[in-house]
Design a protein around this ligand. Sequence first.
Ligand code: NZQ
Ligand code: ZN
Length: 389
Amino acid sequence: MNAFSFVNPTRILFGEGMVDKLGEQVQAQGARTVLLVYGGGSIKKSGLYDRVLTQLEQAGARAVELPGVEPNPRVTTVRKGIELARAEGVDLILAVGGGSVLDAAKAVAVGVPYEGDVWDFMMRKAEIKSALPLGTVLTLSATGSEMNGNSVITNWEENLKKSFGSIHAYPKFSILDPTLTYSVPRDQTVNGIVDTMSHVFEQYFSPTQDTPLQERFCEGVLQTVIENGEKALAKPDDYTSRANLMLSSTFALNGGLISVGMQNDWATHMIEHEVSAIYDIAHAAGLAILFPNWMKYVYSERIDRFVQYAVRVWNVDPSGKSDEEVALAGIQATRDYFTRIGAPARLADLGIGEKDIDRMAKETVRFGPVGGFKQLNEEDVKAILRLSL
Ligand code: NZQ
Ligand code: ZN
């Protein structure tokens, strides 16, 4: 196990009815003018928008709105939010929605006190030194953005999708009410399952030795998602399975709690971001296609971890099989599960061919080779993309 330092400053309010605590949290931040950030209208349809406005009114806070945050949120929308927040003297950002809304709100929060262009943070041209406080009400279990300091933003003009991570961008509080996810459509529920599992893969497939507790944390999240994912798909308003998915996605990516002291990988995420930067596909659709192929490409680096994954997570019976057969059976079980729940398996399923592979690979390694489990250079990335065609 490696030495580590860990902190997570986000207060979580979890459970049915927790939206009624929003006013208290807003007051605790001393907020007078709140920038309410939301997406394309799902919160209006569900009635959550009205509940949030009532809470803000009760807290004595004025609301200014940034609606229309896109899935794969755009830097142009973030810039609009920054200008609005400055003009209106906003002192708290409140994101109500899925990961895209939360990520856009984080970028606004770090962009307001910065005198340059917010895109500098994604291009690693500037360091984040401060942010406006941010609170969130989550409506989709997937990214973990509600309890981490990461934000992923698309620059559509340049076909780039880049991220930043900062201690300043952690939400001060996040309200997690599983009933708010009952209305998440089937395909987005599938995306959330795949994204959560992928976040665990990025941490679990690690070169670091002697981390039994962290490995079991990871396996626990994976098994919980696998079981509850299918239940939530069968019955979208089942509280228990929605709650278990929500807790799992939050713990899968909250500053690395489940993998403290472990080298992480993250290559597959970086490759996927470059696919969605050009094709505007859902993040998790890209991950579902790429991850089993990344696994096939790298498993021999540390076959014992892939054997453990197959046996403990997918109950592959190792008797009479070679390590290689067991490892490959675990990878196949991953692909089969994704297919069973309706996730895509090939880039061609999304209309993506050979054309942009060189460009995506080049951009993936813009800041250097990627991957902590196996370091991948441009040629490796091309090979994984080709396996995924
Ligand atoms: O825009 P609205 O109308 O709200 O509709 C959204 C959107 O169309 C809808 N939705 C959300 N909650 C709903 C709902 N529909 C009905 N009922 C509800 N309760 O779902 C659609 C997708 O939402 P989005 O926020 O885009 O999904 P997700 O949470 O999967 O976020 C994806 C984004 O997060 C980034 C991805 O790259 C992608 O841009 N990521 C962020 C990470 C982070 N901050 O740590 C890590 C991830 O790996 C990921 O890269
Ligand atoms: Zn992800």
